[in-house]
Design a protein around this ligand. Sequence first.
Ligand code: PLP
Length: 377
Amino acid sequence: MSEHLETLAIHAGGGPDPATGAVIAPIHLATTFERSADGSYPHGYVYTRSGNPNREALERTLAAVEGGAAAVTFASGSAAASVALRALLKPGDRLLVPDDMYHGIRKLLLQHLSPWGIQPVQVDMTSLAAVEAALAEGAGAVWIETPSNPMLKITDVEAVSGLAHAAGAKVVCDSTWMPARSLRAFELGADLLLLATTKYIAGHSDVLGGALVLREPGEELDAIRSLQQSEGAVPSPFDCWLTLRGMKTLPYRLRGHEQNAGAVAAFLAEHERVTRVHYPGLPGHPGYETARRQMRGSGAMLSFQVEGGEEVAMAVAASVRLITRATSLGGVESLIEHRASVEGPESRTPRDLLRLSVGLEHPEDIVADLRAALAAA
Ligand code: PLP
């Protein structure tokens, strides 16, 4: 098929339904599939936990759009992360993780996987010396998240992957914020991508999902497939259908999100009540050069800090009219959140910080809403 992401996103899942000619595939709700008199399964499906036409179409499309050998999907990004870690690591293994990362996966590691012997080691991955020092003590895998959540720190994927591979560690990259090769993670050395398809991939804030995309087939893929089928944290056929529906416009949506984010970041960077804007598309960002090398564009997530601390940050969030106060990201509507209070008492996120998922409304309207909220707070 084509090399173009726009075409792959629409066609890689398959064409019209052969049974009816329906242009869009039907949702196959059956949990089980008929076996022939000779005991075979003529259509290749046995039971929906182990395989379903809607899930296969989604997995084919994800693998094509991300440029991987295969994709394996789950009921959420968190379920996918849990499977990835258990497929790649064994009890006693150290796992290097960024010191700034999605708090849900940090919690999964600290509360639920540590007791089973996986040892998370938090590292400032913007420092290659820190990564090298941590690898010298051994690691089964390195977990990259770039830009990181919520401080938008940039990890040099190529350099960290090189160090990790030299130390015999696998590299997993959480590309939830940068899907469809907007971070060139496979080209730069990542072995495995985690995607919370809940976010940009499905894109409409109406379906949870997760995927693991592997650069190459092999024993990791077999282990991940086996866990998918044995544990059964699979997406429903309707979830897969909705996610694939959203995915068809992904390349276009990403461009719109990013264009809007650039306008919002430029506005915030000039605002007198904003003390810092964390967005890798701004030339003053410490990861600007690395981001330009390894990303197509700068993404559409940003965070900013305001003069006056938590009280003012909460007042800004309370004053928006168009932007919605809610957690999550990657939907068509802009969302704002006070990240520290969402993350809970152990959060290290600055209390004066707000995170924005820039949506697809007209950028002038998003900027006008923020201007008014900053004036009112
Ligand atoms: N990774 C990142 C970067 C996220 O932001 C999230 C959710 O916010 C996840 C993973 C987990 O995805 P899910 O909520 O689908 O479990």
